[in-house]
Design a protein around this ligand. Sequence first.
Ligand code: SPD
Length: 287
Amino acid sequence: MEHSPTSERKWIDEYHNGVRYGLEGKVLIDEKSIYQRITVIESSRYGKGLLLDGCWMTAERQEKQYHECLVHPALCSAEKIQKVLVIGGGDGGTARECLKHKEIKQLDMIEIDARVVQLSQQYLPSLGGKSWQDPRLNLKITDGITWAANSPNNFYDVVIVDGSDPAGPAKGLFNKTFLKNCKRILCPGGVFAMQSESPEAFRKIHIEIVQQIRQIFRYADPLYGSVPMYPSGWWSWTFASQNKPSYRNPISYRVAAVESKCEVWSERWQKGAFDAIPAYIERELLK
Ligand code: SPD
């Protein structure tokens, strides 16, 4: 659905299968980039927010619930975290969380749409914060699928996929060829992380994503949390590795370094969030 810029407050909704998920606010920007429709809004409840192709991506006073949970289970547990790859993440929130970890030397962030970065820097500057100026950040505006295909074997310590939903430019992030490349470019003690949709609003897609990741990596588990602005508010992230399920065991000194800087994520929260797998999803995954 299109949202014309307006000075009037109105309901701005994402629609799926007879349900709408909305915030009240004003539309500030509504334009088409070469890849997708980009909408920036000012909401009453969560501050400025971003939609891509009519789907909620993030908002100033909601984003930590998503970004902390995507990043820290991976970065607190991988054997090394010197070289990290983020695919997507053009609003900067994932980069900001990654760069809380001082051990990172090189953070390659591969975002396909320059306009998402520009509008996020302009309207949602708190998301990226100082990470846009951090010399460790290497931002490339190019296709993440091709980047993964062309990266050397065992190159990255952590690979994080912060794409949008499985349609439009992000569709190719949800297929086996891409996931196989992510495994190939990860070093043996590395950890893979990916947003894996809602177990309620997108139950079938969620199960397919976890199953696909499990077919590629030796160990993979979804973790469940709450991002109230997303469809159903119930969200998931899936973590994977090869040698052992290391993502379940955060390393104490890394936890100590970032835990006090987080609003949602903590070692205790993470343990509960892995254990909070709904029974119907667990049964489906065992089939
Ligand atoms: N429908 C929400 C899917 C979440 C995708 N990523 C959000 C980007 C935040 N950096």
